[in-house]
Write a protein that binds this ligand. Sequence first.
Ligand SMILES: [Zn+2]
Ligand SMILES: [Zn+2]
Length: 841
Amino acid sequence: MAREQLTVRGIVQGVGFRPFAYRLADELALSGWIRNDGDGVTLELQGGRAQLDGFASRLLAEKPPLARIDQVLRQPRPEREEDAGFAILDSAAGGNRAAIGADSCVCDACLAELFDPADRRYRYPFINCTDCGPRYTLVNRLPYDRAQTSMAVFPQCPACLAEYRDPRHRRFHAEPNACAHCGPRLSLRDAAGLVAGDAIAETLKRLRRGEIVAIKGLGGYHLACDARDAGAVARLRQRKAREEKPLAVMAANAVSLAGLAEPDELSLRLLNSAQRPIALLPKTAACDKALAGVAPDVAWLGAMLPYTPLHYLLFHEAAGRPAGAGWLKQPQPLLLVMTSANLRGEPLITADEDARALLPVLADAVLEHNRDIVTRCDDSVLRMGCHGHAQFLRRGRGYTPCAIGLSRGGPSVLALGAQQKNTLCLTRGNEAFLSQHIGDLDRVANCQALEAAVAHLQTLLATRPECVAHDLHPDYFSSRLARELAERWGLPALAVQHHHAHIAAILAEQQCDDAVLGLALDGAGLGDDGAAWGGELLLVDGAHSQRLAHLAPLPLPGGDRAAREPWRMAAAALHGWGADEEIAHRFPREAAAPQLARWLANGKPMAATTSLGRQFDAAAALLGVAARTSFEAQAAMRLEGLAERHGLPDKPPRLHRIDEEQTLDLSPLLRRLADGMAPAEGAALFHACLIEALADWAAQAARRHGLRRVACGGGCLQNAILARGLHAALGRRGLSMLQARRAPWARPGWRKDIFIPKEPAMCLAIPARVTEVLEPDQARVELGGVHKIISTALVDAARVGDYLIVHVGFAIGRLDPAEAERTLALLAEMGAMPDNPAAYR
Ligand SMILES: [Zn+2]
Ligand SMILES: [Zn+2]
């Protein structure tokens, strides 16, 4: 007999951890207790030595899907007589340092009940358990308890309460637990008032008629319409004044997307993950015809699967209310456009009265319910990047407020982000907490949302910052707010240059403490010299950043207007090679073109920019792809879409210059595009040459400074061709690329049966030789003399002797043997083989 205390840190509250521990202790005949405390959970266990060891290892291996264990501390304790059985004790008071879980999609067990006509929660839209359902969007403050959530106003009925109190039940302390008798209710409303009848059936009827319905989700309202009804989509666009931006769709399951998009295996996993993000999938040629107006001009379709029981009920209704869950595996024709319900650029609508205000101008009906959304949270948007990493385009529901681990602790910093696409960050010890996406701060409502998010995150984390960081740009709302807060709280305020911040964020996230080369490829950010930067080579060493080189500047005619009017950047480029007289001729519809041409020719003083985003604009306008745009980066997205379909040339010509100041000049490339090239061919050439130019440029600087790693950041990296291409092109030059991901695969609910360790500090894919094939989807591989078992679920049948590219425990591709040997030799030569390959599971 022995006794020990276990302290467990991570996401272990509100995720079914205590009943799980209870069942495990019971099974292993261990006595003792478990209790939530401010930092996580504490257990005391008594029993056989082997059982105690078994408990500790199974705790990690079998933890509930939404739990994340960061640390388990085992300490011996003196044996005791009095324990009989295993008890769940009341929560201990103390600090609020426990992590709170993110919202999660409804689980399979709940879905089975939802569609079982004999179950007491048959078709109940708010079914949930400790393995699933809302968390972050529901909670006011910690500890995570029903009384601190918007479920506080719904006392549980006896049947629900019995589940909630039974440690063996999967609804034990499921804080949002409810049923049709005691929980929240749905209602459908239109301009005339409440709609009688079944809310789900009525909603579907209206969607099928081509109406637009506002539907309450987890972190806010969506505007929904039938994605296959071109008229409804056009009406939605016109009402939302979102003329060209791509819209996301929701399908009942991934097989329903067949023929519309071609997700690879990793994208499928993303789509099916418990976080249920919008995943950007490559479109098929048939997509635009089937879903007219949904995602015109771009190469991808943003798709997500249902995540609330309410979403599922709509698809269930459309399928004719089949009994059982079998229909969930079959293709379903219903496809819904689901776009954030907000007024142009304003925050996502969360309150029922704000949704009702959309009637009848924006929405024809509102499907609402009386469970309040406490915290606004937009859908997350991700795409698969290179080497099997998901890249965030927007981080929100499902991921917020999960922390990003830092390599070390330090004073708490509140960082307020930039003016566009604002997000804030608060650090606590060695964790960084990113807020949900706030939006552009040129709207009063978004500025208010930022202030509210600052307060909410501090309350939730029980943390006071010791320093406030902000963008170097003094006039951003976020910079002004930061200075104001710092003054109010008597704290130092720290201005950080925009692109230094981009690169430093990557280093923090990747826990990289070394100096690296930073390649910042962006729209625009204020530089140290007061100019608009955005194509910069930096030497970044923690808090220090030095600008090594930049793109050759282009005049920025019209300042900020140039970002919406790519023809202005084309004019700047034409001026660069003395073709001023072409400007008015090329852009006959632009009334300002002749005047601008004269100004440029006469050398009128103008701001200049080194932004790569503006070079994309110039390229798009010179190719006749976009003279004006209706949203940021639209021109670049169109170029990307054209290039993706056309395919990049294998051996692009060298169309760039690097001078002795290390300035990278892309004007030869732009000039080639201006020379009457077809748009698709030109778009492909632009991407291919740009990738080689940037890689050459970075490689020269890396050699000079003895660096091997290039951290690539900034908005332009959202372009998948550029990100993918740079990764390969830098690799060919012996450099490794660090990128922002903010999405480690090791997320709760990702895949329960595989234990995925913490990621290595850099994006290193190591070739490993298969020595034994194991069942199922597993193989033993040899890697630097060490044998590991990896998952081969993502590659076709692996055979002994094959070389696989292994990343964080997954084989993500194959290499031919000769190439593998070369890569291994190169890695060894670079000293980039892991010191301890055993760490690379
Ligand atoms: Zn569930
Ligand atoms: Zn109930």
